[in-house]
Design a protein around this ligand. Structure first.
Ligand SMILES: Cc1ncc(COP(=O)(O)O)c(C=O)c1O
Length: 318
């Protein structure tokens, strides 16, 4: 309960929303478990979930494992890789149960503008849909303030907010996160959680209390670091001739390789073997990610600069 209280205080302070630590918060083994529980709690067989792509690799499998059907809404570079409300509306059927949002996004670093999210929430209200919002990169927002979905008009009751300690607090291996939502949903998620997981590791819970209560300064310093690396990597990629939008959040750059005549898979495999630089094919995150590669800048500036040099050599000889 101490961690749930700390999370409740944190959300009140940062976002001005209240979740009762007694029955509106559930500590999970990362957002990964939270995503799985959310889907299993709300979906009946055949129910549809709208999933904008490219997106984090576990979203569609979680829907499938829960017996649901992911309905993909592709996004594109011209729209900053943000889902357009009219496309979400067009994907709704009488089987649609939820819209899954994840901004800032992995792999694109996209951040959806507030007005656009308000519009998506209005659509969710109109069709009485749940919103599952993965805000694990919320604190890693570099331009403007992060929009926390449940703070938007009409969103609080229908949103399952998922967040965790893996990114902003660099605690990936501690496997700790949380879900926030209505007492009914949290109770249903809890039923599954208590029989499958029992609880998230108590050591990690103690560490998370310390992180959320006492590391604002360190977090801000880290965000500044990432912001600096973001500018270096995006400039470097564009200079090499790999056109890249400026990501507004998370810690990924997502340049295009479309003009080079290789598939994303081929590009990544050759870069790995020939120059020992690891990047991820955009196609791993959905069909519309083909033609792009995901470069993480959650590593030192030194390594980023070395990787850029090697990528330049690699692209020059293609
Ligand atoms: C968008 C997104 N959601 C969730 C996760 C998983 O987070 P966790 O470590 O909390 O399970 C990741 C990890 O890469 C991610 O990028």
């Amino acid at each position: 309960l101490e961690l749930r209280q700390a999370i409740s205080d944190h959300l009140s302070k940062r976002e001005g929303i209240f979740y009762n630590p007694e029955n509106q918060l559930l500590i999970t083994v990362g957002v990964s478990e939270g995503m799985d529980l959310a889907m299993r709690a709300i979906l009946n067989p055949g129910d549809e979930v709208i999933v904008p792509e490219p997106c984090f690799v576990s979203y569609k499998p979680c829907v499938l494992f829960a017996g649901g059907k992911p309905v993909v809404v592709p996004t594109c570079e011209a729209n900053g890789f943000v889902a357009r409300p009219e496309e979400i509306r067009a994907a709704i059927t009488d089987k649609t149960k939820a819209i899954l949002l994840g901004y800032p996004a992995n792999p694109t670093g996209a951040v959806a503008p507030r007005e656009l999210l308000e519009e998506i929430v209005r659509i969710a209200c109109e069709f009485d849909l749940y919103i599952i919002s993965d805000e694990i990169y919320g604190r890693l927002t570099y331009e403007g303030k992060h929009t926390c979905i449940p703070t938007l008009p009409g969103a609080y009751e229908r949103t399952i907010l998922l967040d965790g300690f893996s990114k902003a607090y660099a605690m990936t291996g501690w496997r700790i996160g949380y879900a926030a939502g209505s007492p009914e949903i949290i109770e249903t998620m809890m039923k599954i959680h208590q029989y499958t997981m029992m609880c998230a590791s108590t050591m990690s819970q103690v560490a998370a209390i310390e992180a959320i209560r006492n590391s604002d300064r360190e977090c801000e310093e880290m965000v500044e670091q990432y912001n600096h690396r973001r500018r270096v990597i995006v400039k470097g990629l564009n200079d090499i001739g790999l056109p890249c939008l400026m990501p507004k959040g998370a810690f990924y750059a997502f340049p295009s390789i479309k003009h080079l005549g290789l598939s994303s898979d081929e590009f990544c495999e050759r870069l790995l073997f020939e120059e020992k630089v690891a990047v991820v094919p955009g196609s791993a995150f959905g069909e519309c990610g083909e033609g792009y590669i995901r470069c993480s800048y959650a590593t030192s500036l030194d390594k980023i600069n070395q990787a850029l040099e090697r990528m330049q050599r690699f692209v020059a000889k293609l």
